[in-house]
Design a protein. Sequence first.
Length: 193
Amino acid sequence: MNAPENLLTDDHLRAQVKLLGTLLGQVLLQFAGEDVFEAVETLRRGFADLQQQEDQQRRSELMAMIDAMPAAKVELVVRAFSSYFKLVNVAEESFAHRNRRRLLSHGMALWEGSFDRTLGELREQGVRCTNVCPGGVATEFAMGRGRTPEMPELAGMMSAEDVAEAVMFVLTRPRNHRILEVAFRPVTETSWG
C-alpha cells in the first residue's frame, strides 16, 4: 500500500522550524534587547558554520565571545537557545504525530518501531506481553526514601515472592491465552493508585 499523498515532507518541517525560529527572534529582540539578539545570532550562525566545516580559529573566537559575556547575558543567551530547541522538539513531535494520523486514516500500518506495531509483530510471532501491577511490596527498593525496615506498614505489604508467584501464573498459562494485565494489592492497602 502506498503512503498517502498528503503526508508532510521534511521541507514542511524545516519551514515550521524556520518560522518558529523567526518568531523566537522577534520575541528575543523585544524582551531581551538587540545586544542579546545579536549575540544569539552570531553564535547560531558561527556554530552552524562550524558544523559544515571545522575552523579552530573561528571556534576559539566564538568561545572567547561567550567567556567575555557578563553572567546575566550568558543566562539570556542560554535561555534563548534552550527555548529554540524546545520549539524544535514541539515542531518535530507535531510533524510526526500529524503524519502518523494520516497514515492511520488511510489504513496503513504504523511506523516501524512504534509501540503498537511492535506489539502486533511480537504477537504474530507468539510473544505475549502482560502488564503486572503489584501494589505495596516490602522490598529494599524504597528504603531510605521515607521508609525504614521497622515501619509497621511493611508487615501488611506483599513480598517479592508474592509478585513472583503472580508472574509465574502469567507465564504458565496456555499459549492460546493472553493476559493483558494483572493488578493486585495487599488487603491492607486502601489505595488503588
